[in-house]
Design a protein around this ligand. Sequence first.
Ligand SMILES: [Zn+2]
Ligand SMILES: [Zn+2]
Length: 556
Amino acid sequence: MAAPVHLTFFGGLGEIGRNCAALEAHGRIVMLDCGQLFPDDMPGVDAVLPDFDWLLERADRLEACVVTHAHEDHIGGLPYLLRALGERGATLPIYGSPFTLGMVRGKLKFAGVPVPDLIPLGDYDRLPIGPFDCEFLPVTHSTPSGLMTVFHTPQGRILHSSDFKLDPTPIDGRVTDLDRVREIAADGGIRLLLADSTNAGSAGSSTSESTVGPVLRQVFDENEGRRIIIGAFSSHVHRIQQVADAAAATGRKLVVMGPSMVRNTTLARELGLLNISDKMLARDSDLDDLDPARTCIVCTGSQGESRAALNLMGQGRHRFVTVGDTDTVVFSSHPIPGNEAAVARLHNSLARRGARLVHSGQLGVHTTGHGKADELLALHDAADPDLFIPVHGEYSHLVAHHELALGRGMDEDRVLRCTDGDRVKLTGEGVAHAGRVPDGYVMVDEAGRPVSVDLLEERRAISGEGFVLVRVLVDGRKGRLAEPPMVESRGWVEPAAREDWHGQVVAEVTEALAGPLADGSRDAHELSRLTRRATGRLVSRKTGRKPTLVPVVEVR
Ligand SMILES: [Zn+2]
Ligand SMILES: [Zn+2]
């Protein structure tokens, strides 16, 4: 009987971000992607990672990590995982396309993490990785050189789609190869399909990336005489190519702005994925010498990220760019769910400075990198899998993809709904749930240090309601307060009214402690509890707030 294959999902099934899975046979483990999630409303949290403990406990059995493409939700967790493995004296070879590996190398160097073996993969490469024979097929997506993976396993082939769309006219001509999928399916079949669910709930098909170029060109023509600033994803090399083409055609210099934008365009040019001539490029520090009407700036921050170039421009705090009424700002992206409010704020701050705005709500200056329902169905048709697990998406996307598969005629018992932390077992019988692994959010700060749920809760409480600190000094011999309580607060009441409120807290606490002290109470813990109760009573009764209360009691 053939050995079972286990799959474990650490993230990305229930939210967009931190995609990370493991495939396992004969006790040997191959990871598939290692991403991070961008935190939403988590003060002081820089990244949200999968819980790596299960993997770290099995470090000696980890054979490699295959990274499908260069997006943060697929590679952003690698610095943290590799650092943790390094602390255990272990390492992890990483397989990916040259562009993806270039991005990984840049991330690791930036984080100061030793770079492990990076093994480049080409389209149609077939090679053993860990216990599996693996075959890599090209997919089109919103970053170059994405790879679909066929894992040849003891339980048949597992096809992982990676993030993909079906674009008949991609900028680099590199199309998602469903013909090869069909061939593999005809020659022995696909046992299990794992496929991108991001746009499963959107009907029809995505539009081709090459439709964006002419729209950009139109925007350039209509904004003759004005400076053009374009916000885009720094990993979207083909979008940057189209911006550069429109700039070249209209005689503009291109200024590439923002560290990640500069890093990625440099890498893509080195690899021949981006074709921009040296002579049309200018530096941000040259902007003062350039004619604004003959300048195009391409920069990061189109998602409203607070520290990125566009937001600094909106705030009037950018070193080289002051936005005004002769600027046109193009948002060549669509807000990722959760970023809508930040993007709207950015639109407003730029508009207030007089900039003319162009965004995807008005014109086709953006198209998605994820296939919609018809494209997903085309993949299902080509692969015609025995079994299916929807992956990569918010929970509602996974449900929509599940329903698409059923609508195509798949039997209910051939689709397995999984979510973060699920472990499943593939055997001759089919695929079934086989336990759970920890799936909690692992939050880290800018320096990579962990941020606990308790710490985050404290930050949230203080940011919403403020705090009140009451310091009480007790004269233990005389059985009374050595001095009136001292009160400090922030974020609780209006600063102008603070003194008055503090006086009320002093009176309330003094009164609450007088009796117990006279009765002989000297226990700092008990007196602290009484102080907290007296303060809390006043605070909630009179101000209706719930600030964090910090009693500090000392008995001398
Ligand atoms: Zn992606
Ligand atoms: Zn993704």
